[in-house]
Design a protein. Structure first.
Length: 431
């Protein structure tokens, strides 16, 4: 099974340009007749890492759903939710359930479609047959912020699994907000859920009990009425029940991501988790009342790693020289250099050493290329002085900063390959 994925889908493990977050230049792209998705900016062309996607971005989903529910909420970078709704093909509805399946990339889903009767049906619809893009890095923290606020990592300040906290000079881990600022200090954009709740709408969030009131939940999804439930079936029934009343329900599943990190996304355990999620969503469809819109998305996809392509910064002097701290992801490390070191020198050494194995840029290059979208000045120092995005199945870890297990996970994500950045956008309207 593994070798099949290798031989038939090699392009899926290649880096490709990071999607633009905003709508600004879409009219432009349309008038010049360029295909949306391929129209790189001048800056992007120079750095080779930006592309347009129009509305087909994870950050457009909740603004578009807000328009579908008749309460359009514009955001800092999406002024026209109704236009996003039309471009994404969402019907108007009385109630919406937005399902986020952590780690279920478009290609992870597509390559295992035989195991998922419900999701396969939605993939076959014209609306579901094309992926949307997640943010950079393709990781939960950054994607949740982007999704929950309808903006981008440069505005949410959530730029990776871990990043520098300029207040204490430490690398903070943002799943748990360990060593981090408070969620209110770090993430200053209004959340979509608080804006929707402000219109008087019912806003329900259903996930695991342990995430109730967590800092990450606060940062990305503040404003929703949270219901924590361990059992997947209970979560589904609660979502169906909530939908009797008009409004929005956010339903979260972490099972695929967890199985992927523990056993690899090509494992039997991953398939079992995937089948279970698919079964739950089929149940959801049967239980929801009429005039309910179900939208299925993911925060990122996953790649299988290759132990032969694991690079340890700590054991590679050419990579560790001048580097004080390492944050980010195994697929997209962020380097913070010593005060007397020029980040360009570090970037040059990394490029020399890694060659085709990764894209490497300074913070300035990454920001100019639009990797994080619009960036607040306070967020700039949180982003690494140097950023790498791994190609193929490469992981770039640091045994000084990460546990041994964390440096050897069978499946990971974070970089800008097709596998990691294409996520599903599936629409099911029950009339
Ligand atoms: Zn993950």
């Amino acid at each position: 099974m593994d070798s099949q994925i290798d031989s038939e889908n090699e392009g899926l493990y290649e880096l490709r340009p990071v999607a633009r977050y905003d709508d600004a230049s879409r009219a432009n792209a349309a008038t010049t007749g360029q295909t949306v998705g391929n129209a790189a900016t001048e800056q992007g062309k120079r750095h080779g890492l930006t592309r347009y996607v129009g509305a087909r971005h994870l950050g457009c989903v909740l603004p578009a759903v807000s328009a579908a529910l008749g309460a359009p909420v514009p955001t800092r970078i999406h002024p026209d939710p109704e236009r996003l709704r039309v471009e994404l093909g969402l019907p108007h509805a009385r109630a919406a359930i937005v399902v986020l399946v952590d780690g279920l990339g478009f290609w992870n889903l597509t390559l295992r479609r035989g195991h998922a009767a419900y999701l396969r049906n939605l993939l076959d619809d014209s609306a579901g047959s094309r992926p949307i893009s997640t943010c950079f890095p393709a990781t939960t923290v950054a994607a949740m912020g982007t999704f929950g606020t309808g903006t981008c990592p440069g505005l949410t300040g959530m730029t990776g699994y871990s990043q520098l906290n300029p207040r204490n000079g430490k690398i903070c881990q943002l799943i748990a907000f360990r060593d981090a600022m408070s969620p209110q200090e770090l993430q200053t954009q209004p959340t979509m859920f608080s804006a929707l709740a402000g219109t008087g709408m019912r806003v329900t969030s259903i996930g695991l009990p342990k995430f109730a009131g967590s800092a990450l939940t606060e940062a990305a999804f503040h404003g929703a009425d949270y219901h924590g439930m361990r059992s997947m079936d209970d979560r589904v029934r609660a979502a169906a029940e909530a939908s009797r009343e008009p409004g929005i329900t956010y339903l979260y599943f972490n099972e695929c991501d967890k199985a992927g990190h523990n056993y690899g996304w090509e494992s039997e355990q991953w398939i079992a988790a995937f089948e279970k999620v698919d079964g739950c969503l089929g149940l959801l469809r049967r239980e929801v009342p009429r005039d309910t819109l179900i939208v299925v998305v993911a925060d990122h996809g996953m790649v299988q790693t290759d132990p032969q392509q694991r690079i340890d910064i700590a054991a590679t002097p050419q990579l560790s020289q001048g580097v004080a701290l390492v944050g980010g992801e195994p697929r997209a490390p962020m380097l913070y250099v010593n005060p007397d070191v020029d980040p360009r020198d570090v970037a040059d050494r990394w490029r020399d050493y890694l060659g085709e194995r990764a894209w490497v840029g300074t913070r300035r290059q990454a920001i100019d290329a639009g990797l994080y979208g619009m960036v607040r000045p306070e967020v700039e120092p949180m982003i690494g002085d140097v950023i790498a995005a791994a190609n193929d199945r490469v992981t770039i870890v640091d045994s000084r900063f990460q546990t041994d297990r964390a440096t050897r996970l069978p499946s990971v994500h974070g970089s800008a390959t097709v596998m990691e950045t294409d996520v599903p956008f599936l629409i099911d309207y029950i009339d």
